[in-house]
Design a protein around this ligand. Structure first.
Ligand code: HEC
Ligand code: HEC
Length: 213
């Protein structure tokens, strides 16, 4: 067990250069490994043991909607989600996952408690604008409100992801991916994100990351 962990850590160190080590890991290509073991020994290295990742490079999965996690892992595995960081990290990691493992991983993360990160003091004006966009959209720019789809507490529902407490940098990055229309095609977000300006993306992301408790 310990040895496996060390190997995994070594594979992660080398990830900067290539994903191949992690792809060939026995853990990832063995359909008998349980979802829980994968979550604890593999996914935890980036997403955190309870899905509350620390680095904004890695999205938070704690409390995420199970149906959404299933759809994203299936999209990484089938290469439908091809935004740069997604393909670089998650294609190899999802390649050998069985449907059963995917369902188990989704269940595991959806049951973890999402924790609000300690965010440095954020400009109240930024938060006020973010709240306004979340609840009402920006009618004069044809930006529709986020709340009807993502839920009143940004908790998500089914295939509509939870956004509350997600890293702001990750949210801004994904909104830009949707605007570019390539990496995550065929979702309502292409239409929703299209008219957002850079400062509006920053406001909404700041608000979502520090969503009021
Ligand atoms: C080496 C780091 C790393 C490991 C290990 C890793 N991931 Fe990821 N994962 C990422 C990155 C980076 C992204 C964000 C990609 C992007 O920006 O599009 C991501 C994205 C995701 C997403 C999409 C989240 C969202 O909000 O859309 C899911 C779901 C996910 N990972 C699940 C897993 C699972 C399950 C495992 C274990 C089998 C795993 N990841 C292991 C780096 C990792
Ligand atoms: C019509 C419904 C709808 C509306 C309105 C909507 N969204 Fe979404 N959003 C979705 C769906 C569906 C997805 C999942 C897309 C996928 O499966 O890749 C999503 C995904 C996202 C993601 C990616 C989350 C992740 O973990 O990668 C972000 C960020 C996001 N939405 C932000 C917003 C913001 C900000 C607004 C308001 C300006 C908004 N959404 C309005 C339906 C909606």
């Amino acid at each position: 067990m310990q040895c496996k962990k060390i190997l995994m850590a070594a594979a992660l160190v080398m990830l900067g250069a290539s994903c191949s080590n992690i792809e060939r890991s026995r853990n990832l290509s063995d359909p008998l490994i349980t979802a829980r073991t994968l979550a604890e020994q593999v996914c935890s290295n980036c997403h955190g043991i309870d899905g509350n990742s620390v680095s904004p490079t890695y999205p938070r999965l704690a409390g995420q909607q199970a149906a959404y996690i299933v759809s994203q892992l299936t999209n990484f595995r089938g290469h439908q989600r091809s935004d740069p960081a997604g393909s670089e990290y998650m294609w190899g990691l999802s390649r050998f996952l069985t449907d059963e493992q995917i369902n188990g991983l989704a269940e595991y993360y959806s049951k973890q408690t999402p924790r609000r990160a300690d965010v440095r003091k954020i400009d109240p004006a930024l938060l006020a604008t973010g709240k306004e966009i979340f609840e009402k959209g920006v009618p004069e720019q044809n930006v529709i409100a986020c709340m009807p789809c993502h839920g009143p507490r940004a908790e998500g529902i089914g295939a509509f992801p939870r956004l509350a407490y997600q890293h702001a940098d990750y949210i801004v990055k994904q909104l830009t991916v949707f605007q570019d229309n390539v990496g995550r095609p065929g979702t309502p977000m292409e239409f929703v994100a299209h008219p957002l300006t850079g400062s509006e993306k920053n406001s909404i992301a700041a608000y979502l990351q520090s969503f009021p408790e």
